[in-house]
Write a protein that binds this ligand. Structure first.
Ligand SMILES: Nc1ncnc2c1ncn2[C@@H]1O[C@H](COP(=O)(O)OP(=O)(O)OP(=O)(O)O)[C@@H](O)[C@H]1O
Length: 325
């Protein structure tokens, strides 16, 4: 039986929920002079959705590739399902599902053939592969495209098929490198829905993202990476509560110089961040302080009061926005 057609509280592989499944200690990845991952520590537990959040080049993919037994660590310790991903790579890979950043489906094959062909790497019998493929195509809502070639499928369909392929060996952990990058909002929501289902079925999800909404909605715990290091790790809400005020007032100015506007805001709220296109004023009560902005002689062209989010945590910890302006 494949993991996705069952709904066990402790899934069929015998791992209790919450048991450590990936442990990294002082983990390093170097490429020549570049240190892509610079001594990181984290523990991923069975059944959780664990995210690596960071900008391009932060070291997320390099970390995922080490977990996925694709790239050996340069230093430090890493265990996946209690095994060494270098010495015991084949055993680890048999229990992992991998959804890479770029869809690498075989465009010449049909959707179903992409799954059944991949199943051969795991020595799954032909009949079982076909059964699992049909099951998985239903799961990712592509059963009506089973016999279609992959090439004409939309980006969102290809991504869902890549997720289905990652599930063919009934994995305990699924690695998803930027699962929704490049997808439109509707396609993104369809992928999230499927990932939520996997999570509910006890499968451990490890994902990289630079979408804070994805991180906030999907991940139980997160590490925030910057320059190869982990700058914070916790549950999304705990990170926001620990590093930010409750609300943010976003102020846009048509003509005025942002730095001089920021000077006039000193003492209002907890602190101000100056971005190229706006000022962010951190406070626990946005509506209460907006009048003070006007009392100080400022005339913003746009005012938005919103709750603080992971983007604000990222800015606070790294001094930069998560998504490049
Ligand atoms: N095979 C490689 N050879 C040389 N440098 C590499 C290699 N892979 C990654 N790097 C470098 O390591 C650093 C971290 O890259 P990595 O892909 O891990 O970051 P990332 O956070 O996943 O970014 P992205 O979102 O762009 O994938 C970058 O400076 C990158 O250029």
């Amino acid at each position: 039986m494949t993991g996705i057609s069952a709904t066990p509280a402790v899934h069929g592989h015998g791992l209790a929920t919450g048991e450590p499944v990936v442990r990294a200690r002082s983990l390093v990845k170097r490429f020549g002079d570049i240190t892509a991952v610079d001594g990181v520590d984290f523990t991923i537990r069975s059944g959780e959705a664990f995210g690596f959040l960071g900008r391009n080049g932060a070291g997320k993919t390099s970390t995922m590739r080490m977990i996925g037994c694709v790239s050996p660590p340069s230093d430090g310790r890493l265990t996946v399902l209690g095994m060494d991903p270098v010495r015991e790579g084949a055993s680890v890979r048999a229990r992992l599902g991998v959804c890479p950043q770029e869809d690498n489906l075989d465009l010449e094959l049909t959707a179903r053939q992409n799954l059944t062909t991949y199943a051969r790497y795991f020595r799954i019998t032909r009949a079982e592969a076909r059964r699992r493929a049909d099951d998985l195509l239903r799961f990712v809502q592509l059963d009506d495209r089973a016999a279609s070639k992959v090439e004409p499928l939309s980006g969102g369909m290809k991504r869902r098929l890549t997720i289905a392929r990652a599930l063919i060996n009934d994995p305990e952990i699924v690695l998803l490198d930027e699962p929704t990058t490049g997808l439109d909002p509707q396609a993104r929501h369809l992928v999230w829905e499927r990932l939520f289902q996997l999570k509910q079925r006890g499968i451990t999800l490890v994902l990289t993202t630079h979408y804070m909404e994805e991180a906030e909605q999907l991940c139980d715990r997160l590490v925030i990476m910057d320059g190869g290091r982990i700058v914070a790790q916790d549950a999304p809400r705990a990170l926001i509560d620990a590093h930010c005020t409750k609300e943010v007032v976003e102020l846009r100015f048509a003509a005025e110089d942002h730095e001089s506007c920021a000077d006039k805001l000193v003492g209002i709220g907890s602190h101000v961040e100056v971005l190229p296109d706006r000022l962010l004023l951190y406070t626990d009560d946005g509506d209460a302080i907006v009048p003070t902005v006007y009392e100080r002689g400022l005339r913003p062209s746009g005012v938005l009061v919103r709750r603080s989010g992971l983007e604000d945590v990222f800015l606070h910890l790294t001094g930069r926005t998560l998504v490049e302006a």
